[in-house]
Design a protein around this ligand. Sequence first.
Ligand code: NAD
Ligand code: MG
Length: 389
Amino acid sequence: MKRICILGATGSIGISTLDVVARHPERYQVVALTCHHRIDELFELCLRHRPSFAVIGGEASVSGLQRRLREAGLATEVMAGPQALMDVATLPEVDYVMAAIVGAAGLLPTLAAAREGKRILLANKEALVISGPIFMDAVRHSGAELLPIDSEHNAIFQCMPAGYHAGKDPAAVRKILLTASGGPFLTTPLEHLPRVTPEEAVAHPKWDMGKKISVDSATMMNKGLEVIEASLLFSVPPERIQVVIHPQSVIHSLVDYEDGSVLAELGNPDMRIPIAYGLAWPERIESGVEPLDLFEIARLDFQPPDLSRFPCLRLAFEAARAGGTAPALLNAANEVAVAAFLDGKIPYTGIAEVIDETLNTLPSANADDLDSVLAADAEARRFASRQTP
Ligand code: NAD
Ligand code: MG
């Protein structure tokens, strides 16, 4: 029996994780669930999955939820605040931590779990992008098992040589081919982009996800963050990572070997595939995902990304090459800009402008310790916020 803490249980990845976990009650037990402020949803999840701990990450009083759980006959203990997220992620009785908080807010609990040697199911790519080598060193030193949940990285992991562990230099890999759907604006006339609305931007053609990652997919900043994520997880420089637009999202990514073999993982676009893989690795379990029907798909298309349509992808490649605190600056500016776009404060095309301005103004420094990274994150947020009044 493996005991699980789900950080970000009320989100898209959190709900998909609980769906897979509930299919295998003989294998998995839910120990802790966390939310930000959707307390009613956390309450419902507690009724269904009966965790020992429920954590409200944001500002909220513990007593209301605690009383409702007691009245429902549950012994679940309610806690609140950022420290409580770290506490449940490092509980001795927790074996696996699903890191599914969105954005930098997930960094400290995910890093704490890595330092504690847990199995980390990493969906929260921003945590890795910000902390980079610090995170990978924590995994190496503690012996934590790092399993990528981002579908592309999970596919790449599956295509790596037998016995491969995240962070190891992969033998005989020429390059990594990172697939991208191209998002909802792949063919939208460029002159229309300044007028696209948040509703249009979050309507992803293939994947059903949280709002922030949906906007990132539209701008392709998501792919940019994934380039940085892949270079850290698989120890390959950004020059050996090629982004391939593949609108059907059936091939989740590929690994190109020196002998000319190219290995890929295919499946329906459903996050329960990588989640089930991460939970069961090195075994495999049923995930609830429909079998792939190649005749229904009929064809697979590929094209290179157009960087004038997707300037965020170019900015991310630049930050990846610059290293140091540049990825943290990029990520923080993007989080601020995406929130401002969703709030109607800046146009869609303003997202790349805010990030560009931030990276042009703030110098990248060494990212040897967590304090430098957190300081860069805070400074970029302050700077970007001034561009998004
Ligand atoms: P979501 O918005 O649906 O859910 C986010 C979760 O994080 C929620 O449970 C929310 O309560 C919690 N949260 C948000 N802000 C918080 C804060 N400040 N403190 C504590 N908790 C907070 O997002 P999602 O789509 O599930 O994505 C989660 C992560 O997984 C992201 O990093 C995303 O990039 C990554 N990811 C998601 C998908 C997907 O298909 N949804 C695919 C690949 C990677
Ligand atoms: Mg992805």
